[in-house]
Design a protein around this ligand. Sequence first.
Ligand code: ADP
Ligand code: ADP
Length: 226
Amino acid sequence: MAEIVLEGITKRYPDGAVAVKDVNLSVGDGEFVILVGPSGCGKSTTLNMIAGLEDITEGTLLIDGQVVNDKTPKDRDIAMVFQSYALYPHMSVRDNMGFALRLAKVDKAAIREKVEEAARILDLTEHLDRKPANLSGGQRQRVAMGRAIVRNPKAFLMDEPLSNLDAKLRVQMRTQISRLQQRLGSTTIYVTHDQTEAMTLGDRVVVMRGGVVQQIGTPQHLYEQP
Ligand code: ADP
Ligand code: ADP
C-alpha cells in the first residue's frame, strides 16, 4: 500500500514537446483514482513517469513520503497493467502469473500458493493450465492482472486495460476491477479516455487536457458540475 504524490510534474520530450505541465496530485493509501481525458492529453506519460518508465523533466514524485525520481521501476515496487496483455504465448496461465516470482527466486510452493490465490480472486482457477491463445480477451486481461497481483506491489497502474475488449466484456470487467480493487485495497491509478469508465470506477476522477489537470473531484461532484 502506498501514498503517491506528484508535485509540479512536467515532461518535456527530447523533441521539445511538453506532454505534461506542472501536474500536482496526491493519491491516498488505498485510493482508486481515474485519469481521464482525450487521446494525447498526457495520461500515459503521467503514468509512465510514476512507474519509472519515463524520466521526469521537472517536479518531484514521492511514494510514501520518499522522493523516487531517480529510482528504477523495480525499486518503486509498483505494478503496471497495459492494454496489450503482453502474455508469454508459450507459457501456461500458471507460468505467466508466476513468472516474476520465479525470476525473484521465490520458492515453488509459495509461488503455487500465490498464483492459485490470485486465480481464485480473478476467477481463473479452471484455466490455470491453458495457454493464452486458448483464452478469451477478458480472461487474458485477468491473467495480466494476476501477474501484477502476485507480486503484492505497493500500487497498481493501469493504462486503458479494457480498450481491446468488446463493449459487453468491458462492462463485465469494470465490475470485476472495482471488486478486485476493493478486495485488495491497493492504491490504484487507472488511465482511460472513456467517460463512462471514469464515472463508474474510481473514488476520484482527474480530468486532463493538453497536458494539464483541468479538474479533480469525486464522480458525483463532476457529474453535478461538469
Ligand atoms: P496512447 O494509446 O497512449 O494514445 P499512442 O498511440 O499515442 O498511445 O503512443 C504509442 C507510443 O508512441 C508510446 O510509446 C508513445 O510514447 C509514442 N509516441 C506517441 N506520440 C509520439 C510522438 N509525437 N513522438 C514520438 N513518440 C510518440
Ligand atoms: P495520452 O496517454 O493521453 O493519449 P500521451 O501521454 O501518450 O497521451 O501523449 C501526450 C503527448 O505527448 C502527445 O502529444 C504525444 O504526441 C506526445 N508524446 C508521447 N510520447 C512521446 C515521445 N516519445 N516523444 C515525443 N512526444 C511524445
